[in-house]
Design a protein around this ligand. Structure first.
Ligand code: MG
Length: 377
C-alpha cells in the first residue's frame, strides 16, 4: 500500500558571494552572485535546491509556492511542479517565478532520492557515468594575463579540453578587441583544445556573421547567443551563415519556449535553476531530442550533473562556470571533481545529489533567512 511521505518543512535562505574580481560579459557587469537556497524536509531527510537570482526569489518561494507544496507527498515531484506552475499564474510565472519554482523542484528531487536512499542519477533512470564538462569564464573585464591563467588552469591544470570565453564587449562595439582576446585564448590553450565564445546577445546578425568570418582561423567551434535569444529569426540567420555551432536557451522557462528555440540552434541550452528545476530540464531534453539537436546544461554544474548522467547520450556537456563552481564549492560539501574533463555524479553512492550545506563556511555570506515554513502555518 502506498504511504505518503509528506513535505513537512521548507526553509529559504539567501547567500551573496562577492566575485573574486570584477566580471562582465558583452551585455552585463556584476561584482557578486546571489544564491537562493531552498531546503525541503520530510522526517529526518532534507533535500537541497537552489537558484541564482535576486533575493526577491525567496519571497516568491515563501509566499506563492510554500502553501501549495507543504503537506504534499515528497515523491510527487510532478504534482508539486504542476501545483507551483498554477500558483504562479497571476504572480508572473516566467522569470523569477520559475526561478523560485526551480529551486523548490530541485530540492524535492533531492529529497525524494534521499528518502529512497539512492543517488539522484538512479532515481532518474540512470547510473553513474562520466559527463563531459567545459571550463567557462573568460570575462571581458579580465586582463589578458588573467584570461590566459584561467584558461590554462582548465586545460593544463585540470585536463578539461574545452573552454569558453565571453565576447561582444560593450554591446558588440569593440569587435577588434574581441578578435584580439579570441587569439590570446587560442594561444593560451594550444591548437587541440576546443574554444567556445559567448556573446550574450551583444551583436546584430550582420555583425555576428562578420565577426565569425574574422575569427575562423582561430578554430572557434561554438558561438553562443550571437544575437538576442528573443529573436529566433536572427539566430537562424546567423546559424545558416557561420561555421561554429550556434547555441542558445539559457533563459528558457518551459517546454514551449524550448520548442520555439530548438529549430534555430545547433545545440539547445537549458538551465535547471531557471527552467523549472529537474522536471523542467528533463522536458527541455525531450524537446531537444524531438528537434534532433543535443542539449547542453547552462551554468550551476551541480544542479545538472545527475540529470545529465541519467540522460546518457542526450546531454552534450555541463558548463563548469567559474562563478558557480566557486559559489557551490564555498557553500556546499560534496562537490564534483572535473579532472580529465568529466564528472561522475553518484559514483560514491551518496543519496540525492550528494551535496550538503557547509554551514560554517557559508555563514559569512548569509544575507537573509527565515524560520522554517510548515503546513498550515
Ligand atoms: Mg551564455
Amino acid at each position: 500500500m502506498w504511504t505518503d511521505r509528506p513535505i513537512e518543512r521548507l526553509t529559504v535562505r539567501v547567500y551573496t558571494v562577492p566575485t573574486d574580481r570584477p566580471e562582465a560579459d558583452g551585455t552585463l557587469a556584476w561584482d557578486a552572485t546571489t544564491l537562493v537556497l531552498v531546503e525541503a524536509g520530510s522526517g529526518p531527510a532534507t533535500g537541497l535546491g537552489w537558484t541564482y537570482g535576486p533575493s526577491a526569489t525567496a519571497a516568491l518561494v515563501r509566499e506563492q509556492l510554500a502553501p501549495v507544496v507543504l503537506g504534499r507527498d515528497a515523491l510527487d515531484t510532478a504534482g508539486a511542479y504542476e501545483a507551483m506552475r498554477r500558483a504562479l499564474r497571476n504572480a508572473g510565472r516566467p522569470g523569477l517565478g520559475t526561478y523560485a519554482l526551480s529551486a523548490v523542484d530541485l530540492a524535492l528531487w533531492d529529497l525524494a532520492a534521499r528518502l529512497l536512499d539512492v543517488p539522484l542519477v538512479g532515481l532518474l533512470g540512470g547510473r553513474p557515468r562520466p559527463v563531459e564538462v567545459y571550463g567557462s569564464g573568460g570575462f571581458t573585464t579580465y586582463p589578458d594575463r588573467v584570461l590566459e591563467r584561467q584558461l590554462r588552469g582548465w586545460v593544463e591544470g585540470q585536463g578539461i579540453p574545452r573552454v569558453k570565453i565571453k565576447i561582444g564587449e560593450s554591446w558588440g562595439a569593440r569587435p577588434e578587441r574581441d578578435l584580439e582576446r579570441i587569439s590570446v585564448a587560442r594561444s593560451a590553450i594550444g591548437p587541440d583544445a576546443a574554444l567556445y565564445v559567448d556573446a550574450n546577445g551583444a551583436f546584430t546578425a550582420k555583425r555576428a556573421i562578420r565577426l565569425a568570418a574574422a575569427f575562423a582561423d582561430d578554430g572557434v567551434t561554438w558561438f553562443e547567443e550571437p544575437v538576442s535569444s528573443d529573436d529566433p529569426a536572427a539566430l537562424a540567420a546567423v546559424r545558416a551563415a557561420v561555421a561554429p555551432d550556434v547555441a542558445a536557451g539559457e533563459y528558457g522557462d518551459d517546454a514551449r519556449y524550448f520548442a520555439r528555440l530548438a529549430p534555430v540552434v545547433d545545440c539547445l541550452q537549458a538551465d535547471a535553476t531557471r527552467c523549472g528545476g529537474l522536471t523542467g530540464f528533463l522536458r527541455a531534453a525531450a524537446v531537444a531530442e524531438a528537434c534532433g539537436v543535443p542539449l547542453s546544461a547552462h551554468c550551476s554544474p551541480h544542479a545538472h550533473a545527475h540529470a545529465a548522467a541519467a540522460r546518457a547520450a542526450g546531454v552534450r556537456h555541463l558548463e563548469w562556470f567559474h562563478d558557480h563552481v566557486r559559489v557551490e564549492s564555498l557553500l556546499f560539501d560534496g562537490v564534483l571533481d572535473p579532472a580529465g574533463g568529466t564528472v561522475v555524479p553518484g559514483a560514491d553512492g551518496t543519496p540525492g545529489h550528494g551535496l550538503s550545506l557547509a554551514e560554517r563556511r557559508a555563514a559569512p555570506y548569509l544575507v537573509d533567512a527565515w524560520p522554517p515554513l510548515r503546513p498550515d502555518g
